[in-house]
Design a protein. Structure first.
Length: 354
């Protein structure tokens, strides 16, 4: 119920960051303007919202998105609560109730939206029974009625959106399944041609093609069975792929136990496996590097970039590097090699949906 909604395609953390910055500027701008105009009315809601917005922006900047959402929820509740009982006017506070409900629908879920509605309702009844403010009865009745109807509309919209997202996920899984089947057919045809062809050069070319098609097929095989087709665990994809391209008589490269939990889009995972396949295949054919000495790790230099690091290699420029570099540059990345130490290959590329 209290889970924060995270949708990669919508970049909610970036949206909340800009909302927090703008909200902070508006809150302190309103307070400052009123003081300059000679209106020294205490605005508790704006004060709390402004301070919370600054802290929220800082938390998101530090990568604490979930903590920031919880902070905004608590402080938003305090702001409209103080605004309802101690602010400049009850009607001023009522204006923020729809925003409060929409915030919880967008960043949480429908259950949290319902509890936000109950909180707003309790504020209205508290204003009626526990204060001596001379509100007209029709204002209070209209406030309760409009709040209830608006909550029903908001929850209905949320339910419809959830249904659309669910239908989209089902469609994506079906498309992924069909792509995987088509890739498997292509893979079988390439394997058949490779076995029936006697030309050494042709067999090498078909083997390279087979490895690259296998990379795409491995990604879609994992995506088809993953809970979220748009977010694939890097470790599962790589382990599945390496088990199919590395000889069963050789040990697999070491995979970073922390980095393998990175989640990538299908397109990003395709690019990653194509590059990694070129490196591992070249290492397997090398006489100076043992495949079991290779270590694979990952890092995020920034929110929009991903970096593959392969250590323990002693490779030189060749067809593998030309293909990899050309592919990476199409995605705003590049390939670099460090000869010092154990030897390291760095493949950096921009994430497509960040």
């Amino acid at each position: 119920m209290f889970e924060v909604t995270e949708t990669k395609d919508l970049n909610r953390s970036i949206q909340l960051f800009f909302v927090s910055v703008i909200t902070g500027l508006l809150c302190f701008g309103v307070i400052g303007f009123e003081h300059l105009a000679g209106n020294h009315t205490f605005r508790p809601g704006y004060t709390i919202a402004g301070l919370a917005s600054i802290l929220s922006s800082f938390l998101i900047w530090r990568g604490k998105y979930k903590i920031s959402v919880y902070l905004c929820s608590v402080c938003f509740s305090l702001a409209i609560g103080f605004g309802t009982f101690y602010g400049a006017g009850f009607k001023n506070a009522l204006i923020w109730y729809p925003v409060f409900l929409l915030f919880h629908l967008y960043f949480f879920n429908r259950q949290m939206t319902f509890f936000a509605f109950l909180f707003c309702l309790s504020l209205i009844f508290g204003r009626i029974f526990y204060t001596n403010a001379p509100e007209r009865p029709e204002i209070l009745v209209d406030s309760i009625a409009s709040l209830g109807v608006m909550t029903l509309f908001i929850v209905s919209i949320g339910a419809n959106l959830d249904k659309l997202l669910s239908d989209k996920d089902v469609l994506l899984k079906e498309l992924t399944h069909r792509v995987r089947n088509n890739l498997q057919v292509v893979l079988d045809m390439v394997s058949l041609l490779k076995e029936s062809n006697e030309s050494f050069e042709t067999r090498i070319a078909l083997q390279t093609l087979e490895r690259r098609v296998l990379a795409l097929a491995s990604v879609h095989a994992i995506a088809q069975n993953s809970q979220d087709v748009k977010r694939i665990p890097v470790g599962d994809v790589i382990e599945n792929y390496l088990n199919r391209i590395v000889s069963k008589y050789k040990a697999l490269p070491a995979l970073d136990p922390i980095g393998k939990h990175f989640l990538l889009d299908v397109k990003d995972a395709n690019l990653l496996l194509l590059i990694l396949g070129e490196i591992i295949a070249t290492v397997s054919d090398s006489v100076t590097t043992h495949i079991e000495d290779v270590r694979i790790s990952f890092r995020n230099p920034s929110l929009s970039t991903f970096q593959l690091q392969v250590e323990g290699t002693d490779l030189t420029e060749g067809e593998w590097s030309h293909f990899s570099r050309s592919l990476l540059r199409q995605h705003g990345g590049d390939l670099s090699m460090e000869k010092s130490g154990r030897g390291r290959i760095l493949a950096t590329f921009g994430l497509l949906n960040r």
